[in-house]
Design a protein around this ligand. Structure first.
Ligand code: DCP
Ligand code: MG
Length: 455
């Protein structure tokens, strides 16, 4: 069998003691104390999670609360605040999306990222992992653990190894050696029954499993035995995020103070469009659908969407489209939040089929990315883009009614356009653009699904 040795560009990110960490962050008096999230100590439910202080007493997720209370009498028992954790989850995912459009949220507190296309912009995968850890810590006051590897399977096992606040990199080619000493239960697909069967075959560690002939495993476990043998060597063909068409890249901004000033709103849309375009280029994908999200001071939220005539990764068409879509929704309102998302992503192989935009413009945009990467975000003037896409000063006169002003060139495309009221979502502001792939593990029942995210 020929195996292509790829690079370690897959990250698995997992928050540490997620629900408990959010509570300790928001209530400093709980820091350093054993916090158990799940309900009152005498209640009939189970533990959702426990802080690392409580874990020292043996408290674990899914344990009955009463057992936890017996193990840890001085524990601080808290109810599950699902809406809050979903909002924070959205904020974490929004940070992750800044580093790559190739992201797959696997549960409420974990995601896989493929940063192969982001290394030119942000540095090697391990450096990206460090940056992500710093951003989550500095911006959200939470710690995460990250695994870096060539496959999702190995990245996930790596992220779990040095929790909390861990960072474990497994260089390409080292997967089997990394896994060998670990117990077989760490592998995907090893539940109690499989574990019993493997124990009978003498396998306690993943290395033991890898040493068993495949035929023996297949005789005992069927096709699953062959799959496990591959996994024991670190082989896992599953791509991050599945198909590109289901993914999207989004940036959004909540104003410090709600604003009705068109100039502020337009400038913000421009910055968001630039950020989205940059991430598309970093991920080597182009988008054919642009969506804007507008939330006003009454929390009325709308999204408006348009499909472009040709897929793009440039800020100008994204900005122009976003502006056209946002204009009727922002007129005369005090705006709380605006967002720009690009979806309908296409990989380069498909892109060759499409007519190119001006290749010089494209190269210039990529050069801009490279300069930003080296010298920081502010190094590149936006004058060219501002001149090209924004109307002249007279057209932007804030004393003129909006409808009398020219707000940038007409769009070039627009077959499909839709307006729909914002649908209720499980996550908060940050998670609007990407339908959750998997229902979060331990989703606390969804009792508040449908509530407007309270931020
Ligand atoms: N969860 C839950 N019920 C479970 C497991 C988890 O409600 N049986 C919730 C609470 C956790 C969150 O999901 O905070 C994330 O699950 P993790 O397994 O990642 O656990 P933690 O983040 O709490 O801890 P760790 O540091 O081990 O990741
Ligand atoms: Mg976690």
């Amino acid at each position: 069998m020929i195996r292509v040795v790829s690079r370690a560009t897959i990250l698995h990110v997992d928050l540490d003691a997620f629900f408990a960490a959010v509570e300790q962050r928001d209530r400093p008096e709980l820091r350093g104390r054993p916090v158990i999230v799940g309900g009152a100590p005498g209640a009939r439910g189970v533990v959702s999670t426990a802080s690392y202080e409580a874990r020292r007493f043996g408290v674990r997720s899914a344990m009955p609360l009463r057992t936890a209370a017996a193990l840890c009498p001085e524990g601080v028992f808290l109810a599950v605040d699902g809406a809050k954790y979903r909002r924070v989850s959205g904020e974490v995912m929004a940070i992750l999306r800044r580093f790559t459009p190739s992201i797959e949220q696997a549960s409420i507190d974990e995601a896989f990222l493929d940063v192969a296309g982001s290394e030119a912009l942000f540095g090697p995968a391990e450096e990206i992992a460090r940056r992500i850890k710093a951003a989550v810590r500095d911006e959200l006051g939470l710690t995460i653990s990250v695994g870096v590897a060539s496959t999702k399977l190995v990245a996930k096992i790596a992220s779990d190894l040095r929790k909390p606040d861990g960072l474990v990199t497994v260089p390409a080619g080292q997967e089997a050696a990394f896994l060998a000493p670990l117990p077989i239960a760490r592998l995907w697909g090893v539940g109690p029954q499989t574990r019993a069967a493997l124990t009978e075959l003498g396998a306690a560690t993943i290395g033991d499993l890898a040493a068993i002939p495949v035929d023996t495993l297949v005789r005992r476990l069927g096709q699953h035995g062959a799959t496990l043998h591959e996994r024991a060597l670190g082989i896992d063909p599953s791509p991050v995020g599945g198909d590109a068409a289901a993914r999207s890249v989004s940036h959004e901004h909540t104003f410090g103070v709600d604003t009705a000033d068109p100039e502020t709103i337009e400038a913000t849309l421009l910055a968001l469009a630039e950020g989205v375009a940059e991430r598309l280029r970093g991920g080597r994908v182009r988008a054919s659908t642009i969506t804007v999200k507008i939330r006003d001071s009454t929390f009325r939220t709308v999204t408006r969407q348009r499909t472009l005539a040709a897929p793009t990764d440039l800020a100008e068409p994204i900005y122009r489209t976003a502006l056209e879509l946002a204009r009727p929704e922002t007129r005369g309102r005090r705006i709380r939040l605006v967002g720009v998302a690009a979806s309908g992503l296409e990989e380069p192989a498909q892109l060759a089929l499409f007519g190119e935009e001006d290749p010089r413009r494209h190269r210039a945009a990529e050069a801009t990315d490279a300069i930003r990467h080296r010298f920081g975000d502010r190094a590149v003037t936006r004058a060219r883009l501002l001149r090209a896409a924004l109307p002249g000063a007279e057209d932007r006169d804030p004393t003129q009614p909006l409808e009398r002003r020219r707000l940038g060139p007409r769009p070039t495309a627009g077959e499909r356009e839709s307006t729909q009221p914002h649908e209720p979502r499980r996550a908060g502001d940050g998670a609007w653009s990407r339908p959750d792939r998997a229902r979060p593990t331990g989703d606390p029942g969804g009792a508040d699904d449908g509530a407007e995210p309270a931020d």
